[in-house]
Every structure is written in structure tokens, then in C-alpha cells.
Design a protein around this ligand. Structure first.
Ligand SMILES: [Zn+2]
Ligand SMILES: [Zn+2]
Length: 479
């Protein structure tokens, strides 16, 4: 977008262009995969193209370029003491565009899109990349973007996710969600903005022939739903020639300016299991003449998780927890059917692969003596994220270079699920946590809480870390 363009005379200011980007994106159902191509004609490569024609006047506060001296304008962090500078004056270049990136984040935050519907966000991203002289490609459905920068047979991929959650936005801020019941409560707006910033920075290097290889930006849809979007990206060739892949996730547990890194298990596999029991039903006075379905359900609820604990290596980190149970109406009648539903979380790939068969067998064994019949519906969610040892070392080193070594801490394992794991089933890589809370603020809403927000200095830190990571990974031949 023009905000990242140096020639202020030939392009409108950020607020106008940003808004135009969203407005264009709003018609992405019409333009679909032509959006990026069309934007190319408006890039700085063709400065004479008139672009004022589709301006609109009702620019919202979320899209307004901040006045100098405002909190937003100063939200780009200084290069931390002890950090290594980026090549080619990139630090200065990034700092001069920090407020614009924050404005992009606020724009995306104010216009969240649910999983699978990220057409406007994808179009905005594609437009910004195209204006920077890059060649973004839409995924087949048009709700995700892939963009290669530089040249070489070996590719280092960086991934961000685009989707928001079906939650109300509980905040009172100018960039509050404008869509009822939809909010960027997992920080994917921040991930998207950071990866966009990384792309624009790497484009600067590539333009000067200073990028030592090829980097692929993956803006992925549908992280928050099942089935999720990563397999679609892989099917579309997103991992072709990729030697390693990296990502970050907002972490309100960590203060801004810190990142959490860990080798090995990082997030858990998260599957869903539903058990439906059926029997003849009957009077509670005569359970021996029917199948006591509530009793059978109770046994499944209690026995299956504890048997599972004895059948799987304790180091595999298996956790089976029921979240819903339904059965019965009358207190004195044995119901004819009932169901329970819950999650199975696993930190080990082998245990995850074996879980459906084992759990189905345990349910059948437990129910066998009760007279009821059981149906087990096991739905795969996402695999565990297992960070590769070498990739973890690379991103830890890069984060230390970007932020200073004392700002890299060991990340805790989360039992939450993350579909970045699908990429790691195919190629080595690592995900890290990016600190987003303001030190001393006392406000620490978790992700998936409707008021979730970040200290926007995290965007600048995130860009620095991921640019360093791409450069470090490119110069490490083994990955
Ligand atoms: Zn989430
Ligand atoms: Zn997330």
C-alpha cells in the first residue's frame, strides 16, 4: 500500500489508501483472484495510474493515520539494547512505518472475519503486498494469500492466520469490532499485520538483491475451526520447496518485548469424541429388566478417562475431559438414549495417532457389561505442535538477535490446539509465543476472552523477530 511507499506526491496518504484497500476488499467476491493483479497496476511500479477515483469520505477513526505524538504514533518500539541491527538500514525503515502498520492492525481488528470468510482481509493483504512490488497469489477460495519473495530452490516459510472468533468485542476502543458478535480475540489481526510488515521489509531487501534466498509468506484462513485451513494451504502447494516453517502467536502471559521459545511439544493435539448410548428404557423400579443408561453413561464418564491414563505412556500428556452430558427427562424413568461429548488432548504424535482406536475400544469394553449399545464418534482436530530442535534453536537465536538475549524465555506447553501442527507434520519448523501484555497494567485478558487486546509495540517486536528468523534460517543450510 502507499503507506509503505516513499513517494508521497504520487500516492494518497495512508488513511485514504488503507480505507480504499478495505473498500476494494469488500468487493472481493466480485474480483476474487483478480484483486492482486488489479492492484499491481496501482503499485509504485506504475505511479501515474490515477487512484483517487474510488475514494470515499466516511473514513472511520480506526483507519485514520495518527497525529504525531499520539500513543499510536509512538507505539513502534525502539531497537532494544543488546539487539543486533537488521541489514540495509531496515530498522530505520521499519521504525518510520511503524504507525502505519499499527493502523493496518487496527483496521483489521475493526473488520474481523470468521473462519473461512476472510475474503476482505486476504484482499487487503494481497493489495499491500502487490503495491510493495510483490506478487501475491490467492488460495483457490480467495480467502488466503501466499507470496514468495526472493529467489532460490530452498524456501523458508513464515505463516500467519487471518480469522477472528464468534465472540462479541467487549472493549471500548476506537478500533473496536464493527461486526456484531465477531472479534479478533486470538490476536490473528496482530499475526497478519506482523507478517505483512515482514513481507514489506523483505521486499526492500529483495529489491536491492540483499535477500539471500526465497521466503514464502503464508496468510492462512480458518485456523479457529475444524476442519481448519492449514491442510488447504498444503493442498494448494503452500509447502512446495519449503525447508522450514516458522510462526508466532500472541501470548498475554508474557510482557511485550519478550518471546517464549521451546523445543519439542508446544501445543496439544485436540480431538473431539462423542459417545451415544442406547437401550430399551424403562421404569427406575426395574433396572434389571432394561439397560440402566444413566448408570452406563456414568461408567463411561468416569472409567474411560482413567483407563486411558493406564493404557498410554504418562509422558505422552493425554488429557480426556468431558464437556457435555445429555440424558433423561423424568426422574423415575430410565431413558432410552443419552450422549456425552468431550475433548482428547495429546502432546505426543504416536499417542495421538493411536487415540481413536484405543478410545473406541475402551468405550465398547466399559459399556459391554451394561446391556446398552454404544456408538463412538471420534473427530480429528489438529495434531500436536512439536517444535523441531534445530528450528527452535534458529528462532531462539534470531529472537535473541532481534530483542536481546535476555528477552528470550522458555515457553510453557499449552494444552490448547493450533493447526500450525499440520505444517510440522510435513516439514520441520517452530512456533514461538510473542509477549503482548503491557508491563504493570494489571490487565491480562487471555486469548479467546472477548475483551482481548494487545500492547501494540508487540507488532514491532514481532516484525523484528521474524525478519531475523527468515534471514537466519536462509543462511542455515541444514534447514
Ligand atoms: Zn484461537
Ligand atoms: Zn490463535
Amino acid at each position: 500500500m502507499s503507506a509503505f511507499d516513499n513517494d508521497a506526491n504520487s500516492v494518497p496518504r495512508l488513511a485514504e489508501r488503507s480505507y480504499q484497500g478495505i473498500r476494494d476488499a469488500a468487493r472481493s467476491d466480485h474480483y476474487q483472484n483478480d484483486v492482486a493483479q488489479r492492484h499491481r497496476f496501482r503499485s509504485r511500479l506504475s505511479k501515474s495510474y490515477p487512484i483517487h477515483s474510488d475514494r470515499e469520505s466516511d473514513v472511520t477513526t480506526a483507519l485514520t493515520l495518527p497525529e504525531s505524538g499520539s500513543p499510536l504514533a509512538s507505539s513502534w518500539p525502539e531497537t532494544p539494547p543488546g539487539a543486533d541491527p537488521l541489514p540495509g538500514q531496515l530498522d530505520r525503515w521499519l521504525a518510520s512505518r511503524g504507525a502505519e502498520l499499527v493502523a493496518v492492525r487496527r483496521h483489521i481488528h475493526a473488520h474481523p472475519e470468521l473462519s473461512g470468510q476472510e475474503f476482505e482481509t486476504a484482499a487487503l493483504v494481497a493489495r499491500e503486498l502487490a503495491v510493495a512490488g510483490l506478487n501475491p497469489r490467492f488460495l483457490p477460495k480467495g480467502n488466503g494469500v501466499i507470496c514468495d519473495i526472493g529467489h532460490g530452490d530452498r524456501v523458508i516459510a513464515l505463516r500467519a492466520d487471518l480469522d477472528a472468533l464468534p465472540l462479541p468485542d467487549g472493549k471500548d476502543v476506537p478500533y473496536r469490532s464493527t461486526v456484531d458478535g465477531v472479534a479478533h480475540a486470538c490476536g490473528h489481526d496482530v499475526h497478519t499485520t506482523i507478517l505483512l510488515g515482514v513481507g514489506l521489509a523483505l521486499a526492500q531487501l529483495a529489491e536491492r538483491d540483499e535477500l539471500p534466498g526465497r521466503v514464502r509468506l503464508i496468510f492462512q484462513p480458518a485456523e479457529e475451526c475444524i476442519p481448519s485451513g492449514a491442510p488447504d494451504v498444503i493442498d494448494a502447494g503452500g509447502l512446495k520447496d519449503v525447508a522450514g516453517i516458522y510462526a508466532l502467536h500472541c501470548a498475554p502471559q508474557l510482557p511485550v518485548g519478550l518471546v517464549g521459545v521451546r523445543s519439542g511439544p508446544f501445543t496439544a493435539a485436540a480431538d473431539t469424541v462423542e459417545v451415544k448410548l442406547a437401550g430399551p428404557g424403562g421404569h427406575t423400579a426395574r433396572p434389571h429388566l432394561t439397560a440402566d443408561l444413566i448408570h452406563a453413561l456414568g461408567r463411561v464418564i468416569v472409567d474411560v478417562p482413567s483407563l486411558l491414563d493406564r493404557r498410554v505412556d504418562p509422558r505422552a500428556g493425554v488429557s480426556m475431559v468431558w464437556g457435555r452430558v445429555h440424558a433423561g427427562e423424568a426422574y423415575n424413568a430410565i431413558p432410552g438414549e443419552g450422549s456425552i461429548k468431550g475433548t482428547v488432548r495429546v502432546l505426543n504424535r504416536d499417542a495421538w495417532r493411536e487415540a481413536p482406536e484405543l478410545i473406541t475400544k475402551l468405550v465398547q469394553d466399559v459399556v459391554a457389561g451394561t446391556g446398552a449399545s454404544a456408538e463412538v464418534i471420534y473427530t480429528r482436530g489438529v495434531p500436536p505442535v512439536i517444535n523441531d530442535r534445530m528450528a527452535s534453536a534458529i528462532i531462539a537465536g534470531a529472537a535473541g538477535a532481534a530483542l536481546g538475549p535476555d528477552r528470550v524465555v522458555e515457553a510453557e506447553i499449552s494444552m490448547g490446539g493450533e493447526d500450525f501442527a499440520f505444517y510440522l507434520e510435513q516439514v520441520p519448523g517452530a512456533m514461538i509465543r510473542l509477549g503482548t501484555s503491557t508491563p504493570g497494567s494489571g490487565v491480562k485478558l487471555d486469548i479467546h476472552q472477548s475483551g482481548f487486546d494487545v500492547d501494540e509495540r508487540a507488532i514491532g517486536y514481532g516484525v523484528r523477530v521474524m525478519v531475523h528468523t527468515a534471514l537466519a534460517a536462509l543462511s542455515t543450510p541444514s534447514l
